[in-house]
Design a protein around this ligand. Structure first.
Ligand SMILES: [Zn+2]
Length: 158
């Protein structure tokens, strides 16, 4: 028995972490907490400036465009399109056991090409994902406290 932690940089270490059931879980902070609380209710909400109406994501303490601190949380439909993506075959993050997609989604409500939601795309083959693909949100309850907004091809059913 050893008390050293597996080396995350190696394939063997990744395999050990997988066997230990270790998975990376988001840690909400004061600024991002409303996003994660909405996700627990299975709602997708991002910040919207009360002064200039711009949407922004990831969350920040003030508006990136006009610097107002009058930020609201706006409900989104959960529909969007793939702006960019990668397929991770090397499994560099523990908790994944086969190739997975990390994508940036542009929500349908935002037409300024400035809001990106980073997520996984699931419920389809990783090789079926393409830029511009229509997607919709679904919610994955990973622990009692954390629910992940994830995306799948629009119109798919669980
Ligand atoms: Zn603003």
């Amino acid at each position: 028995m050893t008390d050293t932690l597996p080396n995350i940089q190696t394939k063997e270490g990744q395999e050990q972490l997988r066997q230990m059931g270790i998975r990376v879980i988001p840690q909400p902070d004061d600024v991002s907490r409303p996003f994660w609380e909405a996700a627990r209710r299975h709602e997708l909400q991002i910040q919207r400036c009360g002064s200039c109406s711009a949407y922004q994501h990831p969350p920040a303490p003030s508006c990136r465009y006009c610097h107002s601190t009058d930020l609201q949380w706006a409900q989104l439909s959960g529909r969007g399109s793939v702006y960019s993506f990668i397929i991770d075959h090397r499994l560099m993050v523990p908790g994944f056991d086969k190739p997975y997609v990390v994508a940036q989604i542009r929500p349908d409500e935002t037409d300024d090409d400035l809001v990106r939601i980073t997520t996984n795309i699931k419920q389809c083959d990783v090789h079926d994902v393409y830029i511009g693909m229509a997607v919709e949100v679904f919610f994955e309850d990973v622990t009692e406290d954390v629910t992940l907004p994830q995306f799948r091809p629009a119109g798919s059913r669980p």
